[in-house]
Structures are given as structure tokens and as C-alpha cells.
Design a protein around this ligand. Structure first.
Ligand SMILES: Cc1ncc(COP(=O)(O)O)c(C=O)c1O
Length: 253
């Protein structure tokens, strides 16, 4: 069901219905933790040894001591490891803390305060910044851009990913500075972007010179039902299309 094309009256009616539903659940006084993907105790126990496995010898790799300062882009061995996972070169890989959302936030904050490589000026100095949000999508992504006061522009999802006709049309507006994407098993519908969608995304010629594709490939190694499903390599495609700096990919540790 898509509500993108509903008129005001239909939206108001739906809001009332959903609110009544919500109130009924609230009245039950449940204390459930609804955070998605939260591992159970047995799953957490699987990684227990990670806390004690390190000894002094394992702290030094490539001559770099992991316990010390420096290496802002991450330990070289970690960059090699994650580069393999993301199908990029280690030099293109930045390894940070254990929350990818904080790294995405940082990137948007950097655009806001300083601007990106191709920004004429920091985004905070612009009258209006719009960001494309494929819907339904991941609320925590949307919240990041919303928290900077950006105008969130919904783009309907299709079975193949975001509606690329609309993305191409909207990207012609210089105030549109980027798009959130979860290309594999996108939340909440589990849609995998098709090759055609990814090719069109990489071939975008946005009006903003610093348009960013935030490519949150959180589920790049996941596999549900049947064969492992690879997706097209957007970094190479962007480079091939002459826009190597347009996409920022990440995954979840
Ligand atoms: C698409 C997506 N990105 C990021 C996250 C969370 O990432 P992290 O825990 O690394 O901040 C989630 C968790 O549900 C997610 O679904």
C-alpha cells in the first residue's frame, strides 16, 4: 500500500485510524523493546570471546599499534578487511567506530559545516537544502537530515528500488543535495535494487555539484532464502560515469 498519492482527506483519515490503533496498543501497557535487529542473549554469547581474545601480540599489525593514537582512517588491516567486504580498494575505505549511523551523521554534519569536495559553500550557508528519502524507508536516516533542518522529499519505492524517473526529475533541482539508499534488503520492505536502478543512480547528473548518494549497504553480506544476491558495484559505475565522488558507501559492523 502506498500513501504517496493520497489527498489531504485520505491522509487525515488514515492518521486517525493509525492513532487509534497506536492508542489501543499503548493502553495495554506493554514493555517490549521494539528496536530492530537486537540480538538475543544466546546470540550475544557467540561473540563473548572477542572481548578476551586480544593479547599484546595481536595489537600490532603493519607496524601500527592499535592501542595508540593516529590512523584516523582506521587500522590498515581493518581497511583491507572491510574493503573486501565492500568491494572497494583499501584506500577508499574508512574504518570508524562500531556505529555506522554515527559515521553517516558525521558525513552529513561535515557537508553542513564545511561542505564536501565539490561544494561551492557549506550547506549551512544555503537558504534551503532538500534531501531525497525513498519511502517507505529507514527512519533513522531521515532523522539525520531532518535534524539539520533539511527539507525531506519523499520518493516512492518500487519493486526495483526508488522510482528513478522521479529521482532524475528531482535531482535537476540544485537545492536537492542527496538521497538515502539501502540498496540490499532495504528497510522496511526488504527490496533489493535492480541492476537497472543502480545503473541509473550511478548515471545521475544532478544540478548540485556536491549531490551525495548515501549508499547504506548494511546488509551486503546477508543472505535470505536461496542464493546469495550480489548487487551492482555503484562506486565503479559512478567512476565510469565520471562522478567518482558522488557516492559514499558504508556497511554495518
Ligand atoms: C539500513 C541500516 N543502517 C544502519 C543500521 C544501524 O547501524 P549501526 O548500528 O551500525 O549504527 C541499521 C539497523 O537497523 C539499518 O537497518
Amino acid at each position: 500500500m502506498s500513501c504517496v498519492h493520497w489527498d489531504r482527506e485520505e491522509l487525515a483519515w488514515e492518521r486517525e485510524r493509525v492513532q487509534a490503533d497506536y492508542d489501543a496498543w499503548k493502553a495495554k501497557g506493554l514493555t517490549l523493546n521494539m528496536a530492530r535487529g537486537k540480538p538475543g542473549l544466546e546470540q550475544l554469547a557467540l561473540s563473548r570471546e572477542l572481548f578476551t581474545i586480544l593479547d599484546f601480540d595481536h595489537c600490532v599489525e603493519d607496524g601500527v599499534d592499535a592501542r595508540n593514537y593516529g590512523e584516523l582512517a582506521g587500522m590498515p588491516c581493518a581497511r583491507r578487511y572491510w574493503a573486501q567486504m565492500l568491494d572497494v580498494e583499501p584506500e577508499q575505505c574508512f574504518v570508524g567506530g562500531s556505529s555506522s549511523l554515527t559515521m553517516m551523521y558525521d558525513l552529513v554534519a561535515k557537508a553542513w559545516s564545511n561542505g564536501l569536495l565539490h561544494s561551492p559553500k557549506p550547506w549551512s550557508q544555503l537558504e534551503r537544502v532538500k534531501f531525497l528519502c525513498p519511502c517507505p524507508g529507514y527512519d533513522r536516516h531521515f532523522r539525520i537530515t531532518q535534524s539539520f533542518g533539511m527539507e525531506l522529499t519523499p520518493v516512492p519505492m518500487t519493486e526495483e528500488g526508488p522510482d528513478m524517473d522521479q529521482v532524475e526529475r528531482l535531482a535537476a533541482d540544485p537545492e536537492v543535495k542527496g538521497i538515502w539508499c539501502v540498496p540490499k534488503y532495504s528497510n522496511p520492505d526488504g527490496i533489493v535494487y535492480s541492476e537497472r536502478t543502480i545503473a541509473r543512480m550511478a548515471a545521475l547528473k544532478p544540478a548540485a555539484p556536491d549531490f551525495m548518494i548515501l549508499w547504506d549497504n548494511a546488509y551486503c553480506v546477508h543472505q535470505f532464502r536461496g542464493e546469495y544476491q550480489p548487487i551492482a558495484d555503484i562506486l565503479s559505475l559512478c567512476a565510469w560515469n565520471g562522478s567518482p565522488d558522488m557516492v559514499y558507501g558504508n556497511t554495518v559492523p
